[in-house]
Unconditional design. Structure first.
Length: 130
């Protein structure tokens, strides 16, 4: 499997997630990642991006959201979604709060860094087939 890297940054606006997901699909397709694996990655990353643009706001200022994806030669894909907002503990609502649970159920592992000064960074790892 070949390696590669994708880096994107956009204002954390509700309309930012869709083109970032499309760019990730193009990246994965160019690296010949099987479509069935792409669906899982895009689902998890889409949830992370939705959280970032929903919770990444600070007052009237709209910070950026960044997406970085790296595929190493061993078939491990690491995807970072970074925003300028503060991570909030999950508040149970009957129809809300499933995004991070979905990410955890799809990704092989995750790392969440919620530094109050720098925002929130979620790193997801996916082991892809060779």
């Amino acid at each position: 499997m070949v390696s590669g890297e994708l880096k994107l940054q956009r204002p954390a606006h509700v309309h930012a997630a869709k083109p970032m997901r499309h760019a990730l699909v193009a990246f994965l397709s160019a690296l010949e990642v099987p479509e069935v694996e792409q669906v899982d990655v895009i689902t998890a990353v889409g949830e992370a991006l939705a959280n970032a643009v929903e919770h990444g706001y600070r007052g009237s200022q709209i910070p950026d959201v960044s997406l970085r994806a790296r595929l190493d030669a061993n078939g491990t894909l690491a995807v970072d979604v970074i925003d300028g907002g503060r991570h909030k503990p999950v508040v149970q609502h009957i129809d809300r709060g499933f995004g991070l649970r979905i990410v955890r159920s799809i990704a092989q592992s995750i790392e969440l860094d919620a530094d109050e000064a720098d925002g929130t960074a979620l790193r997801m790892f996916f082991k892809l087939s060779a």
